[in-house]
Design a protein around this ligand. Structure first.
Ligand code: SF4
Ligand code: SF4
Length: 321
């Protein structure tokens, strides 16, 4: 049946620190956060209960009653949706620990609160989902954090998904710790690693990340870029535009040159979340110009540019919705 919905309401699930959600997207005016289970920390899941709740959300969308939290989301699309109960858009965002201290990070800013959260391991649940054919390949599996690569179960999780035919995986990493599982999956062409370096030099990197790891990150980005040179490769270098810190063409030029020098061909751009949400109705054209500058420059270098949801919202004029 054809109606306005999104792949996450239909077939998505997101492991968060203390909850299960449909997705992790929160930067649109509706604010996201459509909860599937509160107070979750790795326990067995009652799938009948979870899919009954998902069906309730899906039915509302079918009847034209958009979940208010989804208002303005860039992932909404009108198309034919199938009616089965399964997950093929899976997100892992439950890790708390990180080896970076980014100035824009919600977890860094609320460290005391996050330190109290009990860590858990998703591997037993993922194994059950695969055994019961609840989790199916064909969609997308994404990892955020904290930092996925420092979680004890990370390498096993990637192996498990790779061996079970998941081909469209995406990991958001600080890039500080090299991961053999990431490199292996990149070689197989099934995983894209996104590293937010947000800078073109050591000095700006330190100002944003509060750690001295610029050279290590460049080195790891280079290894991942070399692991797969098909089309645009499978290493994405991300730049989060942070007002008054790195929002200038000079830094952006340095960033793009540094990516080019290590053999990277895929860029991603976003805008700092808190600033975006506070200023969404009144963002100066300067930021749209900056995004267009990156797109033009990348085109000249035959690089691909991907806009993450805040940057995409601005480019598509959806920031005020
Ligand atoms: S429309 Fe957006 S906020 Fe709503 S479930 Fe889909 S991705 Fe999440
Ligand atoms: S890498 Fe991610 S989780 Fe780690 S401090 Fe930065 S934003 Fe936070």
């Amino acid at each position: 049946m054809r109606y306005l919905s999104c792949r996450y309401i239909e077939h998505g699930m997101d492991f968060e620190h203390t909850r299960l959600e449909t997705c992790c997207f929160t930067c649109h005016s509706g604010g996201g956060m459509i909860t599937l289970k509160n107070e979750y920390s790795g326990e067995k899941i009652d799938w009948d209960e979870l899919f009954a709740l998902k069906r309730k959300y899906r039915e509302a969308h079918k009847n034209g009653n958009l979940t208010p939290n989804c208002t303005g989301c860039v992932f909404l699309e009108e198309k034919d949706w199938d009616d089965d109960d399964y997950i093929n858009f899976l997100q892992f965002n439950y890790w708390i620990q990180c080896n970076s201290k980014c100035r824009y990070c919600y977890e860094v800013q609320n460290k005391k609160m996050f330190d109290k959260i009990k860590p858990y391991d998703s591997v037993p649940v993922v194994k059950e989902m695969i055994e019961k054919n609840i989790l199916r390949p064909g969609g997308e599996v994404s990892f955020g954090g904290g930092e996925p690569t420092i979680a004890p179960e990370f390498e096993e999780l990637i192996k498990l998904l790779t061996e079970n035919g998941f081909k469209n995986m995406r990991i958001h990493s600080s890039g500080i710790k090299y991961s053999p599982a990431i490199e292996e999956a990149i070689k197989k062409g099934v995983l894209n690693v996104v590293i937010s370096i947000d800078s073109g030099c050591e000095k700006t990197y330190k100002k944003i990340k509060n750690v001295n790891s610029y050279k290590k990150v460049i080195e790891n980005m280079k290894k991942y870029a070399a692991a797969n040179q098909n089309a645009y490769g499978l290493m994405t270098s991300k730049y989060i535009i942070i007002p008054n810190i790195n929002d200038n063409r000079k830094e952006i030029d340095l960033w793009i040159e540094s990516v080019k020098n290590i053999g990277g061909k895929w860029l991603a751009v976003d805008i700092e979340d808190v600033w975006y949400k506070m200023n969404r109705a009144n963002i100066s054209d300067y930021y749209l110009d900056l995004i267009n500058y990156i797109i033009d420059k990348a085109q000249n270098y035959n690089m691909k540019v991907e806009l993450y949801d805040r940057a995409r919202g601005l480019k598509e004029g959806k920031n005020q919705i």
